[in-house]
Design a binder for this molecule. Structure first.
Ligand code: FMN
Length: 442
């Protein structure tokens, strides 16, 4: 006989919570794993766990109206004859045409150009809209080689060799058949309407020595003019940074696990890779150990949303940041104005992540001509430019409050950590102490 205790409400398991139960049922019903876009949705240690100290008696702040605080950055100063000059350290991350509509790519170019920063191509090649509207365009050289052609390498302002992405280090991307329009198929040289998986590693590499050969080839093709970036997912940041530098990279791009993706397995997004907070210090340490900090620039990404995030990344030693998801939101992604349509797709504004299905009501992650036409690239570009301006001003305000006349003068000493985890990962003292756990070694 069971005994019902009237004082104790039914108790759900923290391990088997409602979401987990629903996922088990979904897997049992369909036999298919979940694919989605965007980044990790679980809470992981992040920039929110750090705070700036600001100036006081021992430091004096700069006056906003009279004293200059520079936000510019030069990328690719190591070998390239034509380094990249940006007015703000916030760049637009590589996002593929195919994942994004032509209008969205154009809007990214327009917004970045107004703000004085760069955009980046992605899997699937370079579109004319993008080249035409991006004053500074970085061309990705990816494992898949989809859309790769030497002519576009020369039309670019910099080359980014993609080894991995934060959302899926060690994995490849996906583009489902419904997004393979005639144009996307033509650019990728693959059949229309058929699912495409992007390779997880370069077909002609078996180790770091091959990266060195590849970088040399790319330099020769581009007359040693263009900076060569190497992008890695946040997995082993110390060694990956050191190996990229040894292979001859001008710039290292480090993408943490919060980083967005167009489409991949949910299990990958949520369970592989490290938060960007844990990646920056080891990468900076590698650069310092090789006497290359500030000579080889470090761009970091993965969940960057505000000028505070930018300032914190720079204070930890990065030279610049890249944004993907936040840029899409600025264009109009997940906007509540499309709530009725999100509901019809079984989701809600702010949670929509089925970007691979190509039915985006906001016209951004789609190849459907009618949906894509909803995005006005001029207005969306202006929104992005406004957002980039606000983030730059926010970072500048913080830097001034810390007494810094350039964003790059922000330093770890300007920060304290709110949690033990953040203190350990970012090697920043716990607030109110001069101590952080785990000193020494990675
Ligand atoms: C829609 C979308 C498409 C992407 N496509 C690519 C790609 O083609 N190549 C690549 O290296 N990274 C790609 N990424 C990852 C971004 O370059 C970047 O690493 C990531 O978005 C940064 O994190 P954030 O989204 O939190 O800003 C994509 C991201 C998104 C959101």
């Amino acid at each position: 006989m069971s005994y019902h205790n009237p004082y104790t409400p039914p108790r759900k398991s923290a391990t088997f919570d409602d979401y987990t139960l629903a996922e088990i049922r979904r897997a049992a019903a369909t036999g298919i794993y979940d694919i989605r876009g965007a980044g990790t949705k679980r809470k992981v240690p992040h920039f929110d766990d750090l705070l700036f100290l600001g100036a006081s008696i021992s430091r004096y702040p700069l006056e906003g109206y009279r004293e200059k605080c520079d936000t510019s950055v030069v990328l690719g100063t190591r070998f390239a004859k034509k380094p990249i000059h940006l007015k703000t350290p916030i760049t637009i991350a590589g996002m593929s045409f195919g994942a994004l509509s032509g209008n969205a790519k154009e809007a990214l170019g327009r917004g970045a150009t107004i703000a004085g920063t760069s955009t980046t191509t992605g899997d699937g090649g370079m579109t004319d809209e993008e080249r035409g509207h991006s004053q500074i365009l970085v061309y990705q050289y990816l494992p898949s080689r989809y859309g790769m052609n030497p002519k576009d390498l020369r039309r670019a302002d910099a080359i980014e060799v993609v080894v991995g992405q934060g959302a899926k280090p060690g994995g490849g991307g996906m583009l489902l058949g419904q997004k393979i329009s005639d144009r996307v198929a033509h650019m990728r040289n693959l059949p229309k309407g058929i699912d495409q998986r992007s390779a997880c590693r370069h077909p002609d590499w078996t180790g770091p020595d091959d990266l060195e050969i590849k970088i040399m080839e790319l330099r020769e093709i581009t007359d040693w003019e263009k900076p060569i970036y190497v992008k890695v997912g946040g997995a082993r940041p110390y060694y990956d940074t050191a190996l990229a530098v040894k292979a001859g990279a001008d710039v290292v791009v480090l993408d943490g696990m919060q980083g967005g993706t167009a489409a991949t397995q949910d299990v990958f997004i949520e369970h592989v890779g490290m938060p960007i907070l844990a990646c920056i210090r080891p990468a900076v340490q590698a650069l310092q150990d090789l006497a290359m900090h500030r000579k080889v620039q470090l761009i970091v990404s993965g969940g960057i949303r505000s000028g505070a995030d930018v300032a914190k990344a720079l204070a930890l030693g990065a030279d610049a940041v890249a944004i993907g998801t936040a840029a899409l939101v600025a264009l109009g992604d997940n906007d509540p104005r499309w709530e009725d349509e999100y509901r019809k797709l079984g989701t809600t504004a702010g949670a929509y992540d089925d970007w691979h299905e190509g039915r985006d009501p906001a016209g951004i992650t789609t190849q459907d001509p009618e949906l894509a036409a909803r995005l006005d690239p001029i207005a969306a570009g202006r929104r992005l430019a406004n957002y980039l301006k606000v983030m730059t001003l926010e970072a500048q305000t913080i830097a001034r409050a810390c007494g810094k006349n350039h964003l790059h003068n922000l330093e770890p000493e300007d920060l304290c950590a709110l949690t033990m985890e953040a203190a350990a990962m970012a090697q920043i003292p716990l607030a109110g102490t001069s101590w952080y756990p785990g000193k020494g070694g990675f």
